[in-house]
Design a protein around this ligand. Structure first.
Ligand code: NA7
Length: 549
């Protein structure tokens, strides 16, 4: 394999479009993409990173809606690769907001001098594999084509926003904005009549944040959601010192737990506990004010319908206790699914927002929204006058961004077409038939759904880097999984998924939020530690089950 061993990448940023040959291109300048660029460049590869936005941040660039905040504790939502970065950066609180995380990613990009190899405001519109040359020809929305040996997609699991196709949007005289495309200059909400569609993790953050600012807030809820109240202390200098002393241990810890956090599932069997012990355990987890109640609690939550119902009832009581009006409390209490089978958000006085006089909850589960009107929204039974409509309506998860890149592998096969039929991958990292294409947070890897994102992203980026290094050092030009290896992974993934209640629940985890999308649990739920072990075995075996040509 010919690579630009000593490439410095100098001057390959926005100003220089002449260099068209790369060893690797990375797509996406979020948490994963920045690290991937850093590692591949350190290997001596000539790399360019493309991103559609105007700056680094990925998810944390786009999702700048009011109240956007991370649900992972900051001290485990960070990069571990640089002692200097760990030493220089202090998080202000346990669950920082979007501006702080965006600042952090800008800090890392500057500290590692990454920008010179990033081409912003550029989308990949097509990627075709040239079988003879064993290279990818990648086209951008500016019409440029670059040639590269490797493509690493770091486009995130939740980056293609979706909006319901209600007719009449062009007739609405007010403003419509999706939370994942929130304008950098903000939206003036004070004194306005605002409607929010969607009550997932995003909708909840928006609603609890803007309820006191707007003149009237109408929330259109189709599915009531569980949530856990966030405990978000601000950090003192003493806290910073204490966490810093724990970083080496935390870094190790997150790599072996079920969900990549610093806490793990309770080793006890829930059934063995007395009712008093159960209540005490649940109350203790609840008081922690984190996702530990969900992915650091009892494993039977995901597999045993009775236990799931018992824990769900515990959470439902917590919700009811916070809402003054019993009818509104009923509407806010989940009935369609068990706790933990949809993504569980953390919230801050979300349920109390409905105790305010200016907040109205509209249940659209039986009388759906049917259209925009000139003055707002229309459901099957009513009309609502609004100045601003906020769509907190989610994403085409897992496959959306990759599908939009129009990727064609060996023999012209189309990843988009394939995934419209059946979503398959090998370890979530590669797809048979697409040599040298790697996916970070790809479908069937543990990611957003059941993983502290930074843990999984860093691991996958490191695995991919090692794999590319192996191919290079062994004189190979291309690597891809065999059909058998892929079938083995998909079967294992499905076995694990099918042993859980998640596959019986409609959610974006299962692709159920996008019409026509094939159903499969999009994230691996066998545990981060177990997944790492399997990836390590593949590497140690010299990539058994993969073909290097
Ligand atoms: P989600 O979790 O997919 O939530 C989308 C919300 O939008 C959800 O409440 C949907 O209701 C609602 N929705 C979608 N279409 C409609 C229509 N047509 N009418 C009414 N309501 C609708 O996206 P988020 O952005 O909140 O969160 C995504 C992830 O980001 C989150 O899980 C974290 O990992 C971070 P539904 O439940 O489908 O009935």
């Amino acid at each position: 394999m010919k690579m630009n061993e000593n490439a410095t990448n100098q001057g390959s940023g926005n100003g220089d479009r002449a260099a068209v040959e790369f060893d690797a291109i990375v797509v996406g300048a979020g948490v994963a993409g920045l690290y991937q660029l850093y590692l591949l460049r350190n290997m001596g590869l000539k790399v360019r990173l493309f991103d559609g936005s105007a700056n680094v941040g990925g998810t944390w660039y786009w999702n700048r809606y009011p109240g956007a905040r991370v649900d992972s504790p900051s001290y485990v939502y960070q990069y571990w690769f640089s002692d200097a970065i760990l030493a220089e950066w202090d998080w202000s609180e346990r669950f920082p907001d979007q501006p702080e995380i965006e600042r952090y990613l800008n800090f890392v990009a500057d500290r590692c001098d990454l920008r010179k190899d990033i081409q912003f405001e550029t989308l990949i519109t097509e990627a075709d594999y040239d079988q003879a040359g064993k290279r990818w020809m990648v086209t951008t929305n500016h019409g440029d084509t670059v040639s590269t040996r490797f493509v690493v997609s770091c486009t995130g699991m939740l980056s293609t926003p979706i909006a319901p196709p209600f007719p009449g949007r062009e007739t609405f005289r007010g403003t419509v904005v999706h939370t994942a495309r929130w304008p950098k200059d903000g939206v003036e909400l004070a004194g306005k009549r605002v409607g929010v569609i969607g009550t997932g993790a995003t909708g909840m953050q928006v609603i609890q944040t803007i309820a006191s600012e707007v003149s009237h807030l109408t929330v259109f809820q189709r599915t009531a959601q569980y949530a856990i109240p966030m405990r978000n202390p601000r950090f003192t200098d003493a806290d910073h010192a204490a966490y810093r002393a724990q970083y080496p241990e935390l870094k190790k810890q997150v790599q072996s737990t079920f969900a990549g956090f610093d806490t793990d599932l309770d080793p006890r069997a829930y059934r063995d506990l007395t009712p008093e012990e159960r209540t005490a355990a649940l109350e203790a987890l609840w008081a922690d004010g984190s996702l530990s109640f969900w992915i650091g609690g009892f494993r039977e939550l995901f597999t045993d319908a009775d236990i799931n119902e018992e824990i769900s009832a515990f959470v439902r009581e917590k919700i009811r206790a916070r809402v003054n009006d019993p009818e509104i409390a009923d509407t806010l209490t989940p009935t369609t699914h068990g706790f933990g089978l949809h993504r569980v958000p953390l919230e801050t006085r979300y349920f109390e927002a409905y105790n305010r006089d200016n907040v109205e909850l509209v249940d659209v589960s039986h009388a759906p929204i049917v259209a925009f009107t000139e003055t707002g929204l229309k459901t099957e039974v009513g009309e609502y006058d609004l100045d601003i409509i906020i769509l907190a309506t989610g994403f085409d998860a897992g496959t959306g961004s990759l599908a939009r890149m129009n990727i064609h592998g060996r023999d012209g096969r189309s990843l988009t077409a394939q995934w419209q039929q059946d979503i398959r991958s090998t370890l979530g990292l590669q797809v048979h038939g697409y040599p040298n294409l790697f996916t970070v947070a790809g479908p069937l890897a543990p990611s957003t759904a059941f993983c502290n994102m930074t843990t999984c992203l860093q691991h996958q980026v490191e695995w991919i880097t090692d794999c590319i290094r192996y191919v290079r050092d062994h004189g190979g030009a291309a690597i891809e999984p065999t059909e058998e290896k892929e079938a083995e992974w998909v079967a294992h993934h499905d076995d694990v998924a099918n042993s859980t209640l998640l596959v019986k629940t409609n959610s974006w985890y299962m692709g159920a939020n996008v019409e026509g999308k094939p159903r499969r649990l999009l994230s691996y739920i066998g545990g981060v530690g177990a997944y790492r072990q399997m990836c390590a075995e593949v590497k140690a075996s010299g990539y058994e089950g993969f073909v290097i040509t």
